[in-house]
Design a protein around this ligand. Structure first.
Ligand SMILES: CC(C)=CCC/C(C)=C/CC/C(C)=C/CC/C(C)=C/COP(=O)(O)OP(=O)(O)O
Ligand SMILES: O=P(O)(O)OC[C@@H](O)CO
Ligand SMILES: [Mg+2]
Length: 237
């Protein structure tokens, strides 16, 4: 049963906006984990995403178990490669980097991960991942050796192709800590051309930035760096 996906879909249909906090397992302050989890639980977040373009720690399982012990939010893996798969999570954004032409990130990592995922209880959500130019080179561009897109027509066409390929979500990514978030005009054009839910993330630094992304047509917004830097971010304006 596609519980997680059905919830995202019904939220979209009811215009109920969703918010994910992205945790990079390498950047966890383990001494203050309880505080972090408390802040996540009392935040407006509806989901927790876990991942990074590169992750070196072997404590992903432990991190997820700790969060699940204290917090009821669904946990979705957001992996840069197959080494980040944890069976403790609820689901996985099975990302294909549609903005690039690197076969490893279009299908190669997926082939490697498939046997493990087939034997797991993780809910698998095929996701078209589109890297958008945000003013400077991002970690995703570096690890994948691909260029971000900047042309609006190409971005919209890529998103439509993703939906036609059967992706269940489209994710417009400016890159973690990006100088500029995805432009509202791009979010609107893409959302008007899609039936499936639209995720937007990267470089959103204020609560007003979250609202702008929602108003432009994002169904789910991802916040990583701003929350990492300030655990009271969601109390600010
Ligand atoms: C199918 C499996 C198992 C993996 C898919 C692999 C693909 C196609 C990934 C897409 C490209 C990619 C490298 C995505 C990483 C997404 C991510 C978690 C970004 C988070 O931010 P970071 O790039 O780690 O930022 P920092 O450098 O600030 O930590
Ligand atoms: O860290 P930030 O800039 O919030 O980006 C979140 C996420 O979209 C990155 O993959
Ligand atoms: Mg990272």
């Amino acid at each position: 049963m596609q519980m997680l996906y059905n919830d995202i879909l019904s939220a979209k249909n009811q215009n109920r906006k969703l918010l994910a906090i992205l945790l990079d397992p390498d950047k966890i302050d383990w001494e203050n984990l309880e505080l972090l989890i408390g802040k996540i639980c009392s935040s407006p977040a509806t989901h927790v995403f876990i991942g990074g373009s590169r992750v070196f720690t072997d404590r992903i399982d432990e991190l997820i178990v700790e969060i699940k012990d204290r917090c009821a939010l669904p946990i979705l893996l957001f992996p840069g490669n197959p080494s980040q798969i944890s069976h403790e999570a609820d689901g996985i954004l099975f990302l294909s980097l549609l903005s690039g032409r690197n076969p490893d990130f279009l299908i190669g990592h997926h082939v490697k991960a498939a046997p493990t995922l087939k034997n797991s209880k993780l809910e698998i959500i095929p996701t078209g991942y589109i890297l958008i130019d945000s003013g400077s080179e991002t970690a995703v561009a570096k690890v994948s050796g691909t260029n971000p897109l900047s042309d609006e027509n190409e971005i919209v066409s890529t998103a439509i192709a993703g939906q036609m390929l059967g992706k269940k979500l489209i994710y417009l990514e400016a890159g973690s800590g990006a100088k500029n978030a995805v432009h509202t005009q791009i979010i609107t054009s893409v959302s008007e051309n899609l039936d499936i839910p639209l995720i937007v993330g990267g470089g959103i630094k204020t609560n007003a930035g979250i609202r702008n992304a929602y108003d432009a047509g994002a169904d789910l917004v991802v916040i990583g760096t701003a929350f990492e830097n300030d655990l009271n971010f969601f109390g600010n304006d």
